[in-house]
Design a binder for this molecule. Structure first.
Ligand code: MLT
Length: 260
C-alpha cells in the first residue's frame, strides 16, 4: 500500500489542502511544537491551543473558575504576553512550573495552525526535532492511501526553513520505517534532501533562519539550540477532543514503538 507524503509550507495552506482522511503532523520548530513537547514531557496534564491571547485569557478564566489548575502562556511578537504566566520559550516549561497543570497556549503560528485544521482528518500530532523519531513512528503507523501530511506552520504567512528542515527529518525517518510504503511528493523530497545536507549542523542551520535571527535579537537565542536537538523525547503530543495530550510508545514485536 503506497501512502503519499505531502509537505505544506505554511499554515495558510491548510484550509484548501484537502486533508480528509489524512494523518497530519503540525510542525513549528521555533517554537510552539517544541514548547508543546517540552511541556508535556515536563508533566503538563494537557495543552490547550488557542487562536490568540484573548481566547487564551477567557479559557484560563473558565478553567480556573472550574477549579482546573492551569497556566496562561503564549507570545506576541515572540515575547511573553503581558500578564501571562509564561511565554513560548520551551525552556520555561519545567516540571516545577507545569506538572499536573493544563497549559493554555496562544502563539502567532503554531497554535493557530492547529486551529486551522479542518474536520475529518484521521489524526493530528505535533512534531519537532525534539520528538522527530517518535512523531515519525506515529505517522508510519497511520500511513494509508489517503496519505500523510507534514504541515509547516511558517512564520506570519512566510515559509520557514526551520519547519521545512524538520519536515525533512520526518520524511527521512519515514523512509527508514516504511521503505516501500510511502511516496513523498517533490516538496517532501526536497525537505528530506535539505535535512540530510544539514543534519550534522542543525543548530547552525536554524540559527541562520529568519525567525531565529529575530529570537536572537530579543535575547531568546538559547531557544534555537534547544529546539535543534533531535530525539530528546519519545512522546508525541496528539489532539484529542480539543486538548493536546501525550501519546507514549507501546513497544511491540521487534521492539518497534507504536503509538495508539
Ligand atoms: C510560534 O511559535 O507560533 C511563533 O513561531 C512565535 C514564537 O514563539 O517564536
Amino acid at each position: 500500500m503506497d501512502s503519499p507524503v505531502r509537505v505544506l509550507p505554511r499554515k495558510e495552506d491548510l484550509p484548501a489542502a484537502g486533508l480528509a482522511g489524512t494523518a497530519v503532523a503540525v510542525i513549528d520548530v521555533l517554537r510552539a511544537t517544541s514548547t508543546a513537547v517540552a511541556a508535556l514531557a515536563a508533566g503538563a496534564a494537557a495543552l490547550r491551543p488557542c487562536a490568540g491571547p484573548e481566547e487564551a485569557r477567557a479559557l484560563a478564566e473558565r478553567l480556573r473558575a472550574a477549579g482546573v489548575p492551569c497556566l496562561l502562556c503564549g507570545e506576541a511578537g515572540a515575547v511573553r504576553v503581558p500578564g501571562f504566566d509564561l511565554g513560548n520559550s520551551p525552556r520555561e516549561f519545567t516540571p516545577e512550573a507545569v506538572a499536573g497543570r493544563e497549559v493554555v497556549l496562544a502563539t502567532t503560528n503554531g497554535t493557530r495552525a492547529l486551529r486551522l485544521l479542518p474536520e475529518g482528518v484521521a489524526g493530528v500530532a505535533l512534531a519537532s526535532f525534539l520528538n522527530a523519531s517518535a512523531a515519525a513512528a506515529w505517522l508510519a503507523a497511520r500511513a494509508s492511501p489517503a496519505g500523510l501530511v507534514l504541515a509547516c506552520a511558517g512564520t506570519e504567512g512566510a515559509f520557514s526553513y526551520d519547519d521545512f528542515l524538520c519536515a525533512g527529518a520526518l520524511v527521512d525517518r519515514l523512509e527508514a520505517l516504511r521503505p516501500d510504503g510511502i511516496v513523498p511528493d517533490d516538496l517532501a523530497r526536497a525537505a528530506r534532501d535539505a535535512y540530510r545536507q544539514n543534519r550534522g549542523g542543525l543548530a547552525a542551520a536554524l540559527a541562520a533562519c529568519r525567525h531565529a535571527r529575530h529570537l536572537f535579537r530579543l535575547g531568546l537565542g538559547e531557544d534555537v539550540a534547544f529546539c535543534a536537538r533531535e530525539d530528546v523525547y519519545r512522546l508525541v503530543p496528539v489532539v484529542r477532543e480539543g486538548r493536546v495530550v501525550p501519546a507514549w510508545p507501546e513497544l511491540h514485536e521487534g521492539g518497534n514503538a507504536r503509538y495508539t
